[in-house]
Design a protein around this ligand. Structure first.
Ligand code: ATP
Length: 434
């Protein structure tokens, strides 16, 4: 029986993933398959942080077992198959009591929603939840006769919960999340950087650390139950990384859970659509049609023609050194831009320079007889200082541009959960699912 939960946390407290940790640590049900952390529309205003919703399949398990976490020093296993479904209402009572206990009660923006269903939902709901703003009304109609659900306060969380059960999970990565509740004590910045360098040694991990910006990305903001989260495509590597971190840094945690996620998959990106709408995220190939400019605050923009649209590409200040890429573009460049669209601008997550336009430098021509450079005497008038011969046309020399025909992406410090790091592209292509 699938249990989905969303919207239990606030900006500075809790993390909905911890409710899953708590459910598992009570050991009342077997876990079937992987617990899932599903990121939804990154442009939703209600989100606390990364718009993540959670689900887990519970019951009596059967078949092969594999490690899915470690709690109080003991491995937690999940089963390959379901042998027996639990009673839906009893399960709802159990889950509700945990969510009621853990959710952040004094935050207006926290509106938990629990959905329990014997089946997963159609992929169309997942796709919609990545591109649009869905209403509670729509979801309640959708859930009628499909599932049981519980709303706490406005119950807005049932939207994310339902959408998480619609994730088909074809393209996926994993995240190992390590916990202590209510939260772990302080870890110095230098130690965080040292710990972040451990997963960085593995080819299968991503978004661990941003050394240029001195940012240990595996550590979330303090005061949530998450101590750190390591992302990767190989579960066994994540388990071994955890072991290495513990060996060297002795984190006094309660334990960890490995979630299957849609992080790093680009699932939010619609490719080359005819229409762009606010809240959507796209990959759009077009031609640069203006010169880049930077406004106060250090945000850079450049205009691009895409199908019938004239849009702006934006690299905001938090994207740091990535702004240099945008600022190197010139009219005529053909690029493939990835990011979310809002008010006429694509907020860039990455960009592929497909074809660079040629850039020329204009200079006074060299006199072919005397081999000396002519001198400009006004508009279309160049004279050789030796033989005094006149030339009308300037000489143009191609300038070497400081940019290559390849992908550029925002640094780890500015990376969105769903955005596929360039490093992962070969992995997904080899899975033949993109
Ligand atoms: P965290 O990542 O720490 O779990 P969060 O960023 O996921 O926090 P939530 O507290 O879960 O933030 O709030 C997100 C809210 O947005 C939830 O109520 C969820 O149901 C809702 N939501 C998610 N996707 C959509 C969507 N496409 N349309 C409307 N509401 C959505």
């Amino acid at each position: 029986m699938y249990v989905a939960i969303d919207d239990t946390d606030s900006q500075d407290r809790m993390c909905t993933t911890y409710t899953i940790f708590d459910i598992i640590s009570r050991g009342k049900y077997d876990i079937i398959g992987d617990p899932e952390l599903v990121r939804l529309n990154p442009n939703i205003s209600y989100k606390t942080r990364g718009n993540g919703a959670l689900n887990i399949n519970l019951g009596k398990g059967n078949g092969k077992r594999s490690i899915t976490g470690k709690i109080s020093g003991k491995y937690i296993y999940s089963y390959e198959k379901l042998r027996e479904e639990p009673d839906q209402n009893e399960l709802m009572d159990f889950i509700s009591s945990i969510v009621e206990e853990l959710y952040v009660k004094d935050s207006e923006k926290t509106n938990p929603g629990i959905v329990i269903s014997g089946d997963r939902f159609e992929k169309t709901l997942y796709s919609k939840a990545l591109q649009e703003d869905i209403s509670i009304n729509f979801i309640e109609k959708y859930l009628a006769e499909k599932a049981i659900y519980k709303k706490i306060k406005t119950g807005h969380g049932i939207i994310g919960s339902s959408a998480s059960l619609a994730w088909p999970g074809q393209k996926y990565t994993y995240e190992l999340l390590d916990y202590r509740y209510p939260h772990y004590g302080a870890i110095s910045h230098d130690e965080k950087i040292m710990i972040s360098l451990i997963p960085e040694e593995y080819q299968t991990t991503f978004n661990n650390v941003d050394l240029e910006n001195n940012y240990p990305a595996i550590f979330p903001k303090p005061k949530t139950p998450v101590i750190f989260g390591v992302r990767g495509v190989d579960k066994n590597d994540l388990i071994s990384i955890y072991g290495k971190i513990q060996e060297k840094h002795k984190i006094d945690d309660q334990g960890y859970i490995i979630f299957k996620t849609n992080q790093g998959t680009d699932d939010h990106i619609l490719i080359e659509p005819d229409y762009l709408s606010n809240m959507g995220s796209y990959s759009a190939t077009g031609i640069i049609s203006g010169n880049p400019y930077t406004i106060e605050g250090g945000h850079s923009f450049v205009e691009m023609k895409y199908k019938n649209y004239k849009i702006k590409l934006a690299a905001f200040e938090p994207t740091k050194e990535f702004r240099k890429v945008l600022n190197s573009l010139i009219p005529g460049d053909i690029v493939n831009a990835y990011g979310s669209y809002m008010n006429g601008a694509i907020k860039l997550e990455k960009i592929k320079i497909i074809k660079k336009a040629k850039l020329y430098r204009k200079e006074a021509p060299v006199c072919p007889d005397c081999h000396v450079k002519t001198k400009s005497k006004g508009f279309m008038d160049y004279r050789c200082p030796v033989c005094k011969k006149r030339y009308k046309n300037a000489a143009f020399y191609e300038v070497d541009r400081n940019i290559e025909e390849k992908f550029y992406e925002v640094p780890v410090i500015a990376r969105r959960h769903l955005s596929m790091p360039v490093k992962l592209a070969p992995y997904f292509y080899s899975m033949e699912c993109v």
